[in-house]
Design a protein around this ligand. Structure first.
Ligand code: PGA
Length: 252
């Protein structure tokens, strides 16, 4: 049975004091369950402190982005090897805010995924459709294109060390959560797509849901067979909110 991964994407929020409180709260209240894995993804400047604060706990740390380059003259970028060096285990790639606000194409995302993996980080690959795309019944086509760019570059075996997050863009930060059925349909489709390449990888792949997930809706989403956790924005910024989801996962 796949473990459940409850991941917090803090986005561009937090400060030294607040982060320390948040992490201490999460560690103190983390459910005592072998099946539930916890991950927090703070902004770059705070990664080192959060790695230190989570040492010896069950909370892993990841970045929200990563450069596709190993090192060199790329002013303002952060290399995957640096993230690994300071103790990060995961890197989010292809978040819709990066795709939309910073023009990252699916090929850019694939390059970042590969660079992260090569450096020993576990990529969390975000995919998902906009409202227009959903209404035009293009959800599966959009998700397929986003996944295919990565599959073409790294091959299916790479996904034994990666996570996929289905995040419908229309549900992110809007309070409009996908219903468990809507999410499950896309998650099943994604798993099916991987099964077409490699049944074992598909079976082991954690597919997270993201988009206004919170304590009140987590249990319904996580009860679905192909939903293996959440990538949580707003509700990851307060320990009780994040823990409500982690506890729902532990009880499921
Ligand atoms: P949200 O964000 O939970 O605030 O909708 C999710 C995400 O963007 O990863």
């Amino acid at each position: 049975m796949r473990n459940i991964l409850v991941a917090g994407n803090w986005k561009m929020n937090g400060d030294t004091v607040g982060n320390a409180e948040l992490v201490a709260g999460i560690i103190a209240g983390a459910p005592d369950s072998d099946r539930v894995e916890l991950l927090v993804c703070p902004p770059y400047p705070y990664l080192g402190a959060v790695v230190a604060a989570t040492a010896g706990s069950k909370v892993a740390v990841g970045s929200q982005n990563v450069s596709e380059h190993e090192k060199g003259a790329f002013t303002g970028e952060v290399a995957p090897g640096m993230l690994r060096d300071i103790g990060c285990e995961y890197a989010i790639v292809g978040h819709s805010e990066r795709r939309t606000l910073y023009g990252e194409s699916s090929d850019d995302v694939a390059a970042k995924f590969k660079a992260a993996l090569d450096a020993g980080l576990k990529p969390v690959l975000c995919v998902g459709e906009t409202l227009d795309e959903r209404q035009a019944e293009k959800t599966e086509a959009v998700v397929d294109e986003q996944l295919k760019a990565v599959l073409d570059l790294v091959g299916v075996a790479a996904f034994a060390n990666a996570v996929v997050a289905y995040e419908p863009v229309w549900a992110i930060g809007t309070g409009m959560t996908a219903t468990p059925e809507q999410a499950q349909d896309v998650h099943a489709h994604i798993r099916q797509l991987f099964a077409g390449h490699d049944a074992n990888v598909a079976e082991g792949l954690q597919i997270l849901y993201g988009g206004s997930m919170k304590g009140e809706n987590a249990a319904g989403l996580l009860a679905k067979p192909d939903i293996d956790g959440g990538l949580i924005g707003g509700a990851s910024l307060k320990a009780p909110d994040f823990l409500a989801i982690a506890n729902a996962a532990a009880q499921g």
